[in-house]
Design a protein. Structure first.
Length: 313
């Protein structure tokens, strides 16, 4: 496991972190017991993972609760924890700046922590990303001065969003939607490096498609049921093409994570592991990275065959 600096004032983070959405109850993923969630977190720690990403709405607060329990016995200074603001632990959203402090205090209580390393706006409306027109970032600066957080930023999906945030605020952490099928965020990587902003890659396996488990006949009953039959068929065709580029004998999930880590602007990648076996397989792939040539072919594939399709997340 390699470690990269995400936040200057915090420990360097493992290049593979743990996305904690699936830890909570009624998370939209396959149900996980509290013992299974704690085992997954603690196994990840044993394998060198020290970065954890959560949010108040993941499992309506239960993700933060379970993560806090799992991390309680470990040296806090060696852990790096990111949570979010905007999606409520009670359901629904509230992006009003007056709710930032109370949302953070709720997260800290559930996590059993005095501070989080970063607090980021959770896919906020575009207009809230402009630091010249919103007081959210003044409040975040105050929380930073108080030691409640060490950095702030936002979880975003597009270059347009990222550019506005980075050009108008002092954000130092962004969580970006980036994978082989969705590469728009890569346009922001040079700007992120210029401004010394750490990048967390979310959804690196494209909600499971880049594991190779699904095809055009797959049926989804969880949060992924939003995809139409046409969406599923299109994705299946694209995934077959990806397999041909990386080589049909290669492990697709490992290659997908390696692709993301092939960009030096990327600090850490957070696959949504739903069990210990997936975690171990994803981490073991670090010893066999994809080549620069394959990365370049996958970039060309996106530009020539995927970009104009506007595939929904």
């Amino acid at each position: 496991m390699k470690y990269n600096q995400l936040i200057n004032e915090s420990a360097a983070v493992s290049e593979i972190g743990l996305g904690a959405w699936q830890l909570g109850i009624k998370s939209g993923w396959k149900e996980m017991t509290e013992n299974e969630a704690i085992e997954l977190v603690q196994t990840s720690l044993e394998m060198g993972v020290n970065f954890f990403d959560t949010a108040p709405n993941y499992g309506l607060g239960s993700s933060e609760l379970r993560l806090g329990k799992a991390l309680k016995a470990y040296d806090r200074d060696r852990l790096v924890v990111n949570t979010k603001f905007g999606h409520k632990d009670t359901g629904g959203t509230n992006y009003n700046s007056n709710d930032i402090r109370s949302s953070l205090e709720g997260s800290l209580q559930r996590l059993q922590m005095d501070y989080v390393d970063s607090l980021i706006l959770h896919n906020p409306p575009y207009e809230l990303l402009d630091g010249n027109k919103n007081d959210h970032y003044e409040i975040l600066e105050r929380l930073k001065a108080e030691g409640k957080i060490k950095a702030y930023g936002a979880s975003l999906d597009t270059y347009k969003e990222i550019e506005l945030l980075l050009q108008t605020t002092n954000s130092k952490v962004i969580e970006v939607f980036f994978n082989i099928i969705h590469q728009d965020a890569a346009r922001s990587f040079d700007l992120s490096k210029e401004k010394n902003v750490g990048i967390i890659v979310k959804i690196p396996l494209d909600s499971g498609w880049l594991t190779g488990k699904y095809d055009e006949n797959s049926v989804f009953s969880d949060f992924r049921k939003r995809w139409s039959k046409a969406d599923i068929k299109t994705r299946a065709i694209l995934i077959d093409k990806v397999k041909n580029i990386i080589g049909n004998q290669a492990n697709l999930a490992q290659a997908a994570i390696s692709f993301c880590l092939g960009f030096d602007a990327v600090t850490t990648v957070i696959p949504g592991n739903t069990n210990v076996q997936q975690l171990k397989e994803n981490i073991s792939g670090l010893s066999n990275p994809v080549s620069i040539e394959v990365i370049e072919k996958l970039e060309a594939f996106y530009q020539n065959e995927v970009k104009e399709l506007n595939i929904p997340w």
